[in-house]
Design a protein around this ligand. Structure first.
Ligand SMILES: [Zn+2]
Ligand SMILES: [Zn+2]
Length: 242
């Protein structure tokens, strides 16, 4: 399984950056997880969205879904041969906020499905298990298992909560919301130390820190807070073998 980071910022990007977006490949299977600001153009360096097997959104905050509004045009204007129909892309999201979901999907070429914590899904080579996280809107963490058994747990956005390590237990890779830098910052996100604690408690092999705060250049400051090894702050367009 390969993870390509299309965007690593939230809730808005740094100059030249993009918000949450992760392109997951396993053999012929291609899935986009989250689609924030700036993700569509980077996705199209790899694949036209019409040829994705699915799009899975952790939640419906705009830094995780806003580029779907523009993707609608790309899907609507896709090239098709005579007699062929335009491809519609399966889209898996939480059910709320309903108004956001309605805006994204109205008139769009998506097959929209609602998923919640406890749901399971097989998309080609990839198996998804969804876990409810603690965030102001319904948010699904997801454990993604590839055909060879490799596992990636993506937290989406979340603050710490008791038992949050259960879904990530023993994963090969933890892709963790690390919006805040240090312990003085609390809110609806993890800070770098909390992401490290989650990695330790879950016994994961490797920690990948993402969802960097767009307000400051947090990467260097965050590195001082990391007390788990191996841990990496994900790179823009970084490609990782899980
Ligand atoms: Zn976010
Ligand atoms: Zn959020």
């Amino acid at each position: 399984m390969f993870l390509t980071v299309l965007g690593r910022h939230g809730p808005y990007p740094r100059p030249g950056g993009a918000c949450s977006g992760y392109f997951i490949e396993d053999g012929p299977t291609r899935v986009l997880v989250d689609c924030g600001s700036g993700v569509l153009s980077r996705l199209m360096e790899h694949v036209h969205p019409a040829h994705l097997d699915a799009i899975v959104l952790s939640h419906l905050h705009f830094d995780h879904c806003s580029d779907l509004l523009v993707m609608r045009y790309a899907l609507d204007q896709q090239d098709v041969r005579e007699g062929e129909e335009k491809r519609r892309v399966p889209l898996y999201t939480p059910a709320e906020p309903f108004e956001t979901l309605k805006t994204i999907t109205t008139g769009a070429l998506f097959f929209q499905h609602t998923v919640k914590g406890g749901d399971e899904l097989q998309i080609g080579n990839l198996h998804f298990s969804f876990v409810p996280m603690a965030h102001p809107v319904p948010t699904n963490g997801m454990r993604i298992t590839g055909a060879d058994g490799a596992t990636l747990f993506f937290t989406g956005d979340t603050k710490p909560y008791p038992g949050m390590e259960v879904g990530a237990m023993g994963a090969d890779a933890l892709l963790a919301d690390s919006c805040f830098v240090d312990e003085a910052q609390t809110g609806p996100h993890l800070n770098a130390k909390e992401a490290c604690a989650l990695a330790r408690n879950a016994g994961v092999k490797t920690l990948y820190l993402t969802h960097l705060w767009g307000k400051y250049d947090t990467e260097e400051a965050m590195k001082k807070e990391i007390d788990f090894s191996p841990a990496f702050v994900v790179k823009e367009r970084g490609k990782y073998c899980i």
